[in-house]
Write a protein that binds this ligand. Structure first.
Ligand code: ADP
Ligand code: MG
Length: 845
């Protein structure tokens, strides 16, 4: 795009921004969510983009406008394009918008000064000769191996090695992979007049005068004051010299002599605000030999890495330790072959490692980071792809349907009082496609609360039953299992399908006959909790297992099935929508389907934040809704540390509501300590309207379906995660009546409030999950341990979505052509090495 066009008047700048920002945001979301042509409030992504690009702001130069209009043409076919065709289009769009934004920046700042940098030791060795040929002679000593202990590295030594061990850095590989947390941008060169407070910068200036003096208040402190100037302005710089040795007149004089008037200095530091304008306090200063001479400092004028440190280890010490190893690791094996590096425009590994620790500039740093992130995600995805591939090579029974029209599924769908949504139909087709293959299905269906996953799962189960197999439907709680069973009982008898419920509270006698019928194949569908996988349960011909409301069906559970000689098709369903990047990195071994559309006719839930003092308003609403024939939930958080306390609070709130607030209504109580039967009875009473208000702990969180409930009051809302609140909220708004969710929050924490506001604004589970992820981080959202979230050194699950997609596609391509990576030996070795080390680590823990 043409650079620096004159969009100087503010009106057109604002117009450009108003046009650009929503487009950029839409493009980012579209890419993050996997190029599904997202549906916005009024139109789809492609429609929005086409419309916006076709009418670019007047302020843009004609060439840019023309380019945008022709890009708009490319988006006409977007809706019909495949994901592979969509990706490059969106990438082009993002690049174009990015360029536009850069070009639109006002270019009134003075040109930055020039500064030459002397080469650093690490960069010198490997930048030029990445093959590791030690051509540069003297400086390069013995190469280091990944497992060389740091204590044996010349230039580090035992003392520092002990300190590094405090960070868990024991061998050369560890230190090399101790990536900077951040960078100080001393590469930002600026003229004095263009300095911005709050930002780091480097200036090149002339000394006007210099003054060193002892602090009048503190005899241990001396102050050096430099008056500098460049062609744009003047600046005062002070440095503080701690220690008595600086305060003698001779020492002060020596300091002053270092900065003679007329000398050229390069100064790097954080720009601060002062009464006299921007200033540096305690910056790095180097006097240059001549105005154009190179700066020798390893920091001035550069991007300076900032590392996680530990007690007794200074930033300098750590930087020098890394400097000591960088030149001696360039010979390590490159896992990515040249053609792949070219295809994905990736730096060689050795160069990337140098650049991440000692970046030459922003651009090379970006490239280095991208290369290392790519590798990290590729290894992760390769491991998952291999797991998936091994699974696929196990034989499974293809569930072929007998040809002919009136099959079970068709008859089932005809029984439903509604038609499947487009998304339900699409996902069901994907499932049936999988089921007809001779490899076991491993698929995750994600769908927002209320998107109608149950009927889709049931249709899949009926497919299996029609093909002569048995099906199992597992829920995380007895409450849910019973609810599923109740629902199924509305339909299955009419279809002559025999199903039964098996939970911990099934009486022994009933259990015995049930297991018998299961083993001889008379029972076609078994509904229950994870107890279904327990030992005495033997199927005759288990064809499909559906797991409801789980993030994933664990490897352990699958092994249990395998141990029974079963290799059924597996379908996992979850309503905790996780952003696509997260889904890919956890479920890279699964296929993922999304039900991204709600059934029609739902009125959106209205959500409001209330303070405790406004509780009576909430109760007023409950009263009105109940008077109109609806029902209400009052939910209390469960704080793990004190289950007893929670119980008491649930019991107390229940008593208070039943006796004082709503003496004329039936108020039920549901909590986790109740026996299964008791819970069922309470829920049944609530479902049929015998009880109108239900006080509950979070046991209602997943899956409970009572369409007549239209109010949900959540106490201490700030204690819940956003995704969890969204789940809870999904318990209302299931019928046609307008529904309400009231979040009571007394916390004064601004972040807590900000999080809750997300729920007030949005009812889109994916958007909410994404915000939760950004505000709390993936570990918090999913719990690192239980979710199987990988430990990533560099990649960010919130920001590196595109690289993750690329890595995943490559991983699948490599593994399906060459499952054991025999033709990619270096890659296989890294992978094996990583696996071995993570096993070792697991053993140690
Ligand atoms: P979830 O995806 O949260 O498990 P459910 O399967 O419980 O959602 O479905 C929510 C409600 O929507 C149920 O009462 C179900 O009968 C109803 N439902 C499902 N699909 C449709 C549809 N296509 N049209 C109308 N209602 C539907
Ligand atoms: Mg459900």
């Amino acid at each position: 795009m043409a650079a620096g066009h004159p969009t100087s008047d503010r009106l057109s700048e604002a117009a450009l921004e108003g046009w650009l920002a929503p487009l950029q945001q839409a493009a980012r979301l579209e890419a993050d969510r996997g190029h599904g042509d997202l549906k916005g409030r009024q139109e789809r992504f492609s429609g929005f983009v086409h419309r916006s690009l076709a009418a670019p702001p007047e302020a843009l130069p004609p060439t840019d406008r023309q380019r945008l209009i022709s890009l708009a043409e490319a988006f006409v076919g977007y809706a019909a394009a495949s994901a592979e065709q969509r990706r490059p289009l969106v990438a082009r769009l993002r690049q174009t918008l990015h360029d536009l934004r850069l070009a639109a920046r006002p270019a009134e700042l003075p040109a930055p000064p020039r500064l030459r940098l002397a080469p650093l030791p690490g960069a010198a060795a490997s930048g030029a000769a990445p093959s590791g040929a030690s051509s540069s002679g003297a400086g390069v000593s013995r190469p280091l191996e990944p497992d060389t202990p740091l204590a044996e590295v010349p230039g580090i030594g035992p003392r520092t090695a002990t300190r590094l061990a405090g960070l868990g850095l024991l061998v050369v590989r560890d230190l090399l992979h101790h990536f900077p947390r951040d960078y100080l941008d001393y590469a930002h060169l600026a003229r004095i007049a263009a300095l911005e407070p709050g930002r780091t910068a480097t200036i090149v200036a002339t000394v006007r005068r210099c003054h060193a003096f002892a602090s009048p208040r503190n005899p241990n402190l001396s102050i050096l004051e430099l008056h500098l100037q460049d062609s744009t302005g003047r600046l005062r710089v002070s440095r503080f010299l701690a220690g008595r040795r600086f305060s003698s007149p001779a020492a002060l004089h020596a300091q002053q002599r270092q900065y003679p008037p007329g000398a050229t200095v390069a100064v790097s530091g954080l720009v601060k605000e002062s009464p006299y304008g921007p200033c540096f306090s305690d910056p790095l200063i180097e006097v240059l030999e001549a105005p154009g001479a190179p700066v020798r400092s390893a920091q001035i004028g550069r991007l300076v890495p900032v590392y996680g440190l530990t007690e007794g280890l200074t930033a300098d010490r750590l930087r020098r330790s890394i400097e000591a190893i960088l030149p001696r690791v360039a010979h390590w094996e490159e896992p990515l072959p040249e053609p792949l590096r070219q295809q994905f425009a990736l730096l060689p590994r050795a160069e990337a490692l140098v650049q991440i620790h000692q970046p030459a500039d922003r651009e090379r740093l970006q490239q280095a980071r991208r290369r290392l992130v790519f590798e990290e995600l590729l290894l992760l995805q390769l491991a998952l792809a291999q797991r998936r591939e091994r699974l696929r090579r196990l034989p499974a029974r293809p569930l072929q349907l007998p040809a002919g029209g009136a099959d079970l599924v068709t008859r089932f769908l005809a029984l439903l009082p509604f038609a499947l949504t487009g998304a339900q139909q699409r996902v069901l087709a994907e499932l049936r496609d999988d089921l007809a293959r001779p490899q076991p299905m491993a698929r995750l269906v994600q769908g927002d609360v209320g998107s109608g996953k149950t009927v889709v799962a049931l249709a899949a189960l009926l497919t299996a039953i029609e093909a002569g197999c048995q099906g199992a439907l597992m829920a995380p709680t007895e409450v849910l299992a019973e609810q599923h069973h109740r629902k199924l009982s509305e339909w299955l008898p009419q279809l002559h399908v025999r199903s039964a419920l098996l939970t911990g509270s099934t009486p022994a006698r009933q259990r015995r006959t049930l297991l018998q019928d299961l083993a001889n194949g008379q029972l076609q569908l078994l509904v229950g909790t994870h107890a279904l996988l327990e030992d005495p349960v033997q199927f005759d011909r288990l064809g499909l297992v559906v797991v409801d409301e789980q993030h994933r069906f664990g490897v352990r559970q699958r092994n249990r099935l395998l141990a029974k000689g079963l290799q059924p098709h597996l379908l996992t369903m979850t309503a905790t929508p996780i952003p696509r990047t997260l889904a890919l990195s956890i479920h890279g071994d699964l296929e993922v389907s999304q039900i991204d559309e709600l059934p029609p006719g739902r009125t959106p839930i209205r959500t409001a934040l209330l303070r405790g003092a406004q509780r009576s308003e909430a109760y007023g609403l409950i009263r009105d809704e109940v008077a109109a024939g609806q029902r209400a939930y009052v939910v209390l958080p469960l704080v793990e540390e004190s289950e007893k306390l929670d119980l008491r609070s649930a019991v107390a709130v229940h008593r208070q509501l039943a006796e004082e607030e709503f003496p004329d209504l039936r108020v039920g109580l549901l909590h986790g300590r109740m026996a299964g039967e008791e819970k069922q009875a309470v829920l049944r009473a609530f479902a049929c309207g015998a009880c109108q208000v239900l006080v509950s702990t979070t046991v209602v969180e997943v899956g409970v379906d009572v369409p007549a409930a239209s109010v949900m009051v959540i106490e201490h809302a700030e204690r819940f995660g956003l995704a969890q609140l969204h789940q809870l909220r999904g318990r209302v708004g299931r019928g046609a009546a307008a529904s309400h969710c009231l979040l009571i929050n007394d916390s004064t924490n601004a972040l807590a409030r900000q999080r809750l506001e997300v729920l007030v604004r949005s009812t889109d589970g994916f958007e909410i999950a994404e915000m939760d992820l950004r505000l709390r981080g993936p570990g918090q959202v999913l719990g690192t341990r239980q979710s199987g979230l990988p430990d990533l050194a560099l990649a960010s699950l919130t920001d590196d979505g595109e690289v993750l997609e690329e890595a995943r596609e490559l991983a699948r391509r490599l593994v399906s052509a060459d499952p054991e990576l025999e033709h990619h030996a270096p890659l296989r070795r890294v992978l094996e090495d990583q696996r071995r080390r993570s096993l070792d680590a697991a053993r140690l823990n």
